[in-house]
Design a protein around this ligand. Structure first.
Ligand SMILES: Nc1ncnc2c1ncn2[C@@H]1O[C@H](COP(=O)(O)OP(=O)(O)OP(=O)(O)O)[C@@H](O)[C@H]1O
Ligand SMILES: [Mg+2]
Length: 310
């Protein structure tokens, strides 16, 4: 049936997300008595694309507009201008019911799992809730799926009846990931997903996100101010500054041969890149480029690629 072809979210190599001219301003709109009120252009006409199974890294200094982009592309906030094609639909024109269905296919993992999870809900209820909101599933089906995800993200049955305050930050971020996965999304916005975690937990959560991507072909918009991390996880990178994308390219190219002066500035600011910084960072007698055991070899080697030892 032709209907089947039309109703799929596009061909395998079509972008999962295409953003054109996306703009968002905050502040009060001008009126006849207030011609020039304070308005802040948080996102200023940006273009982005994320392919199937791809990770697009979004980097830039604090206040560059990264989180605003993450929220806009899922229409958690409304854009002022621009088009957002997500999984074959123009998300800016979706009605409430269509948007609800889209929210199952495109989800989000936030920086702070303590505030993104309801403190009054058990872990299992939190994970199962998006299925309840979607409707169409029975209670036992929801809980069975939630339990299998609990195990998939590296937790166990002993955790399911706990409340968020009884869990560690790393465990809670695993819960947030399970919750984001339960509706089988094709696209996840990860906004600083490991920034609140200690280094060894960061590596575990990043490995989990990467394994899930390989298993399920999920596309990520991976927002982070940590360039070493983005270098490690992203296929392509967009560098943002003051609401604008300065450059976009394959991660290797952007990090090894940045075209834009701002990208070079950002790279130069990575701690440990200058000989002076390395002297401060390394304990006396230690090899300067020694990998931190807690980070695991992957993170340490990424640092070496970004900042080759001289
Ligand atoms: N709800 C809001 N109302 C007014 N201004 C806002 C709002 N949300 C964000 N901003 C402003 O928009 C700009 C971009 O913010 P955004 O949170 O997107 O930056 P970011 O790149 O995610 O920064 P960080 O790395 O610190 O998370 C900032 O100047 C911020 O102060
Ligand atoms: Mg942010």
């Amino acid at each position: 049936m032709t209907n089947d072809i039309v109703s799929t979210s596009g061909h395998a190599d079509e972008p999962v997300l295409t953003v054109r001219g996306l703009t968002k301003t905050y502040g009060r709109r001008p009126t006849w008595y207030r011609r020039h009120p304070h308005r802040l252009v948080a996102v200023n006409g940006i273009d982005l694309e994320v392919g199937p199974g791809e990770t697009l890294g979004l980097v830039g200094e604090s206040g560059a507009g990264k989180s605003t982009v993450g929220r806009l592309v899922l229409r958690l906030i409304e854009p002022d201008a621009g088009s957002i094609d997500l999984l074959g639909s123009d998300i800016t024109t979706l009605r409430r019911e269509e948007l609800r269905r889209m929210r199952a296919r495109a989800t989000m993992v936030f920086q702070d799992p303590y505030t993104s999870l309801d403190p009054r809900m058990t872990i299992l209820d939190s994970i199962a809730e998006p299925l309840l909101v979607q409707g169409g599933t029975g209670r036992s089906e929801r809980y069975d799926k939630a339990r299998s995800l609990v195990r998939r993200v590296g937790l166990n049955d002993a955790h399911v009846d706990r409340y968020p305050y009884e869990m560690s930050g790393g465990q809670l971020q695993r819960v947030a990931i399970a919750r984001a996965l339960i509706t089988d999304p094709a696209f996840i916005v990860c906004d600083e997903p490991v920034a609140a975690l200690d280094v060894s937990t960061q590596a575990q959560v990043i490995n989990l996100l990467q394994d899930l991507q390989a298993e399920r072909g999920i596309s990520y918009l991976f927002i982070s101010h940590d360039l070493r991390l983005v270098r490690l996880v992203a296929d392509r990178v967009s560098v943002m500054r003051r609401g604008e994308v300065q450059e976009t390219g394959p991660a290797d190219r952007v990090f090894e041969a940045p075209e834009h002066a701002y990208t070079r500035e950002l790279l130069a600011a990575i701690p440990g890149r200058t000989p002076r910084a390395r002297r401060f960072a390394a304990p006396v007698g230690a090899a300067p480029a020694a990998p931190e055991p807690a980070t695991g070899p992957a993170l340490a080697s990424a640092e070496e690629v970004v900042a080759p030892a001289q």
